[in-house]
Each structure stands twice: as structure tokens, then as C-alpha cells.
Write a protein that binds this ligand. Structure first.
Ligand code: ASP
Ligand code: MG
Length: 409
């Protein structure tokens, strides 16, 4: 008998018909003899609606109360899903994150899981139940209800799979897997059969919207194999697995596995910064102290003792960032602060580029032949990213997908 964790996102349980269809799939899995732990998100856009409601009341809702509010979405879907499973003849029990023993730190609205005390889930499974757990929530070491950040149900599923030593962790969503590019931008994009944890991490961090970044980190750190698939077609999707597993299967690593893009960031430049020790430290400490997440950073070569420093931040943090930087620009005798909100990032990701020279050159040549100017560049061992004008992003993705022959690999 295998133990499977099945996670269903908001679109998979958006209305009563969807909930019944999902229940049918769970019941069928159970009747094949497997034990099933289900993790469920809030129905449809419920979480967005609750966030809006909170902001109608307060411009900066108290974080503890925000968590209390948002966790109610998953309570609704888990109870309804259990009712549907029971209606179809299988016993089922729902559990909040707290009841499921998901213990987190005390950081409201973006808590981290510290421990899973799964005794109660194991008892429920042993009694023959399908066990349904509310996604994206836990209980803090101070006994308060917490949430894991938007999209956190993926992390709940992976963490439970690790704690219960599940045989598989299936993430059901409204797409059929992980693609070589966003199919809305590149219609020829292909579903990947397998992708490594490291590639998935880079994709999730650079705009691939299929899995939440933290869930991939968790899966990699705990060796949880994840199967991303559709709850609309129920077809096999994409497996996210370790490098070792890919090697055992003798799969040749693709040079490039995918092209991702992200238009959620803005570029900020501090101009004419004096070129002396401690200046960058000071600027970025100030941003860190304000909990602003800086992404790409570029410092130019200096000329005449001055240099420009550019970096990207989420759009949502732009106003705050400019305020903090303007406060510091005078102190460090910089010439000024400029910004560009209309930028986007295009990235190519692939484990094979470690052993293949020339990948970056091909990327830059491709953008050049499209007349697209590169504003910033950053790399990791398996990724190259370029910041370009937002208006050029889709064209860049299409051209790169073609240049690396991803439609036919
Ligand atoms: N319902 C939460 C959200 O929309 C958690 C999740 O769906 O993973 O962010
Ligand atoms: Mg979601």
C-alpha cells in the first residue's frame, strides 16, 4: 500500500462541480488501495477576495488578524471536499494546519514550518480515512494561527509528504505541467516530462508560476519527488526529481530546459556613487532593514572615482525603496536616484549549460538580432537572466525559445 499526498489548488476546487470531480479522483485513488492525504487551497479567488476585504477595513491590516482571516478560506474548501468524499462512500476527515500538527515560527503572513507532528493524521489514516489538510497554514510556537505566504499550500503538501514519508507528492493545478516557456506567450512551448530540483528552483524564482519557490526548496532539501499535473485532464504531468535520479535514468541533460519571464519587478539606479568601501553595504543594509527583497544587483566599472549601482525590486516595494534610497543618497554623496518600472526579466535555465560554453553568447546574440537592448545581466551556474524593456519581454521569450530549439527538443 502506497501513501500519496495530493494537493489541489484554488482553481481545482473553484465550485461545487469541481469539488465533486476532485473527490471522485481521490476516491478512485483510495479504492485502488492507496492511503491518501489531501492538501487543499481556498476555493477559486477566495484568498484574493479576503485580502481585498481586509484592505477595505484597514490600509495595513494587523498581521495576526490577517492570518486568522485568510486561514478561513482553506477551512471552507477542506470541509466541503470531505463532504463530497463521504457522499461518494469513503470516510474522510478534515484538519486545520494546527490540528494537523504543522508547527511554524511566529512570523505572521509568511511563517516558516519548523516541525510537523503528524500523529493525528497517522491515526486518521490508520482508521481508514482519507485525510484532508488545510493548505498554507499552521500554528506558531506561540499557539497562534499562521499562514505560510501566498501560494503556500504547495509547501504544506511537500512538507507533509516529507514528514509522512509519502511515496509521491502530486500537485494538481490548472496546467498540465511545467513548460519550456509560458504557453500563453509561446504556443509551441512543450511540457517537460522531467526537470531537476535545481532547474525548477531557478524557474520558480524567475517567473515560472507553476510551483511556489519555497515548496521547491523544501522538496530539494528533503528529497521529495513532486509530480505536477492537471486536475482538468488528469494526464501525467511533469516530475520534479533529483539530479541523481535523472542520471540513473540516463537522461541526457538538456542544455536549456526552459525560458522564463517576469514583469513584476522595477529597476532602481543610484547614480554617481562614490567608489569607496562601505557604500554598497550601507545602501543594501538600509533596504534589508526595511525587509525589501532586492533581486538583481549590478555595479558598473567606476570612472573618475564614481560608479552607478542598479538593482531590481518587486513593483510593490518600489515606492518604499525610492524613499529609503533618497534618504541615503545625500549621505553617501551620490548624484541621485532614478527608476524604471517598465522593465522585465527574461531568463534561460538549464543544467546542461554548466558543461556547454557559449550559451550566454547565443542568448545575447538572439536578443541583439531582435534589436532588444539588455539593461542588466545576471547569472548562476544554470541560469542567465537579462533585464530588458517590459515591452520587449514577450518578443524576447519567443526568440529565445526558437534559438534554443525548445519546441523540438
Ligand atoms: N489560498 C492561498 C493563496 O491563494 C494558498 C494557496 O493557494 O496555496 O495564496
Ligand atoms: Mg494558489
Amino acid at each position: 500500500m502506497a501513501l500519496v499526498v495530493q494537493k489541489f489548488g484554488g482553481s481545482s476546487v473553484a465550485d461545487p462541480d469541481r469539488i465533486k470531480a476532485v473527490a471522485e479522483h481521490i476516491v478512485a485513488t483510495r479504492r485502488r488501495g492507496d492511503e491518501v492525504v489531501v492538501v487543499v487551497s481556498a476555493m477559486g479567488k477566495t484568498t484574493d477576495d479576503l485580502v481585498r476585504l481586509a484592505h477595505d477595513i484597514s490600509p495595513a491590516p494587523a498581521a495576526r488578524e490577517m492570518d486568522m482571516l485568510l486561514t478561513s478560506g482553506e477551512r471552507i474548501s477542506m470541509a466541503l471536499l470531505c463532504m463530497a468524499i463521504i457522499e461518494q462512500g469513503e470516510p474522510a476527515q478534515s484538519f486545520t494546519g494546527s490540528q494537523a500538527g504543522i508547527v511554524t515560527d511566529t512570523t505572521h503572513t509568511k511563517a516558516k514550518i519548523l516541525d510537523i507532528r503528524a500523529d493525528r493524521l497517522r491515526e486518521s489514516l490508520a482508521a481508514g480515512n482519507v485525510t484532508v489538510v488545510a493548505g498554507f497554514q499552521g500554528v506558531s510556537t506561540d499557539s497562534d494561527v499562521t499562514t505560510l505566504g501566498r501560494g503556500g499550500s504547495d509547501t504544506t503538501a511537500v512538507a507533509l509528504a516529507a514528514a509522512l514519508e509519502a511515496d509521491a507528492c502530486e500537485i494538481y493545478t490548472d496546467v498540465t505541467g511545467v513548460f519550456t516557456a509560458d504557453p500563453r506567450v509561446v504556443p509551441e512551448a512543450r511540457r517537460l516530462g522531467r526537470v531537476s530540483f535545481d532547474e525548477m528552483l531557478e524557474m520558480a524564482a524567475t517567473g515560472g508560476r507553476v510551483l511556489a519557490l519555497r515548496s521547491v526548496e523544501f522538496a530539494r532539501n528533503h528529497g521529495v519527488r513532486v509530480h505536477v499535473r492537471s486536475s482538468f485532464t488528469w494526464d501525467p504531468g511533469t516530475w520534479v526529481v533529483s539530479d541523481e535520479e535523472l542520471e540513473v535514468e540516463g537522461m541526457e541533460q538538456a542544455i536549456i530546459s526552459g525560458v522564463t519571464h517576469d514583469t513584476s519587478e522595477a529597476k532602481v539606479t543610484i547614480e554617481q556613487v562614490p567608489d569607496r568601501p562601505g557604500v554598497a553595504a550601507r545602501l543594501f543594509r538600509a533596504l534589508a532593514d526595511e525587509a525589501i527583497n532586492v533581486d538583481m544587483i549590478v555595479q558598473n566599472v567606476s570612472s573618475q572615482g564614481h560608479t552607478d549601482i542598479s538593482f531590481t525590486v518587486p513593483h510593490a516595494d518600489l515606492v518604499h525603496t525610492l524613499k529609503v534610497m533618497e534618504e541615503h543618497a545625500d549621505d553617501i554623496e551620490a548624484a541621485g536616484v532614478t527608476h524604471d518600472a517598465d522593465v522585465g526579466r527574461v531568463s534561460i535555465v538549464g543544467a546542461g549549460m554548466k558543461s556547454h560554453p557559449g550559451v550566454a553568447a547565443t542568448m545575447f546574440e538572439t536578443l541583439a538580432s531582435e534589436g532588444i537592448n539588455i539593461e542588466m545581466i545576471s547569472t548562476s551556474t544554470i541560469r542567465v537572466s537579462c533585464v530588458v524593456a517590459e515591452a520587449d519581454v514577450n518578443r524576447a521569450v519567443v526568440a529565445l525559445h526558437r534559438a534554443f530549439e525548445l519546441e523540438s527538443a
